[in-house]
Design a protein around this ligand. Structure first.
Ligand code: 8DG
Ligand code: MG
Length: 147
């Protein structure tokens, strides 16, 4: 056995910051089971072989929420190592095109304003995503225009 066998597996995750027409963002609450159970997150999931990140994001959002989205600009990529898993979160701005989000693979869903994100508990890696979102809105000094 080598030292490397104790490293957690690494996964690339496509993550969506989905905007509606009211400057709100969609967040979902993970199912209660598991290591990060009950925490809120931006919807998304693991990249499958042969997929691009935008393809992964569109597929995951359809599977998890039954909505169609447009995948827009890249926001940030974050590497984070949890005790059980190392993740690369590749985050894109997205826009709701059609459908009403359904909690198919999560506990709850919620549309929130950027200012209200502090009222929800996210995994540690997400603090950088939220900081980047806020920074971008301050820098742009305008309503989000990510497409
Ligand atoms: N989707 C998402 N995952 C996040 C966020 N922050 C964060 O640390 N993660 C972590 C939690 C998970 O370990 C991993 C995402 O995996 P996942 O469980 O959503 O993957 P998946 O949708 O493909 O689910 P599954 O088929 O494996 O059940 O990334 C986030 O904001 N959104
Ligand atoms: Mg997921």
């Amino acid at each position: 056995m080598t030292a490397n066998t104790s490293l957690p597996p690494h996964k690339i995750i496509g993550v969506a910051v989905i905007w509606n027409d009211h400057q709100q963002i969609l967040i979902d609450r993970r199912l209660p089971e598991g290591v990060m159970g009950g925490l809120w997150e931006f919807p998304g999931g693991k990249l499958e072989p042969g997929e691009t990140i935008p393809e992964c994001i569109k597929r995951e959002i359809k599977e998890e929420l039954a909505i169609e989205i447009e995948v827009g600009k890249h926001l940030i990529t974050i590497d984070h190592t949890y005790s059980h898993l190392s993740v690369t979160l590749t985050v894109h701005h997205c826009r709701l095109l059609t459908g009403i989000p359904q909690p198919i693979q999560c506990d709850q869903i919620c549309w929130v304003k950027l200012d209200d994100l502090d009222n929800f508990t996210f995994p540690p890696a997400n603090h950088q995503i939220i900081a980047a979102l806020r920074q971008q809105v301050i820098t742009n000094k305008q309503e989000p225009n990510h497409f």
